[in-house]
Design a protein around this ligand. Structure first.
Ligand code: MG
Length: 162
């Protein structure tokens, strides 16, 4: 058996409803959009959360809720890019090198294409490896199709020497 490096894949999912507060800002992949934003304890950055969970899963380090509980008052309104950075420090401390992540975001609005590059750069910088983002329309199906919220799926790959 060849001496392959250890490679692990992780999967992350997150979903947040839209806030009823018209003044709440929208943060997606660390980029600000006009509100209303998504409801949540932190800044509710659904893309950053899915990427965080994907890398934590790949490294066998649990999930975002165990590291950053939504009952922690210190995390009220937290910048999810900073949470992602902290999670990536944990991934590296466990001996894993991030290779890449890829995200599918399900939403009708806001339009991601005009800021896709900016979002990818923000996540890529925070992770220290390429992160790509694809937007998908929910085609009118279910709660996402009614515009109740935004969901994101992410996969991430990590490696370490044997
Ligand atoms: Mg979340």
């Amino acid at each position: 058996m060849p001496d392959f490096p250890a490679i692990r894949v992780g999967q992350g999912f997150d979903i947040h409803p839209f806030s009823t507060d018209p003044d709440r800002p929208m943060m997606l992949a660390g980029v600000a959009f006009p509100g209303p934003g998504l409801a949540g304890h932190s800044d509710a950055d659904v893309i950053a959360h899915a990427v965080t969970d994907a890398f934590l899963g790949a490294a066998g380090l649990g999930d975002i809720g165990s590291h950053f509980p939504d009952t922690d008052p210190a995390l009220q309104g937290a910048d999810s890019i900073e949470l992602l950075r902290a999670a990536m420090r944990g991934v590296r401390d466990a001996g894993w090198t991030p290779l890449n992540a890829d995200c599918s975001v399900v939403l009708d609005a806001p339009k991601l294409a005009p800021v896709r590059e900016a979002m990818q750069e923000r996540l890529t910088e925070a992770v220290g490896a390429p992160v790509t983002i694809k937007g998908k329309r929910p085609e009118g199906i279910g709660a996402l199709g009614r515009g109740d919220g935004i969901a994101c799926w992410a996969v991430a790959l990590v490696a370490r020497p044997q």
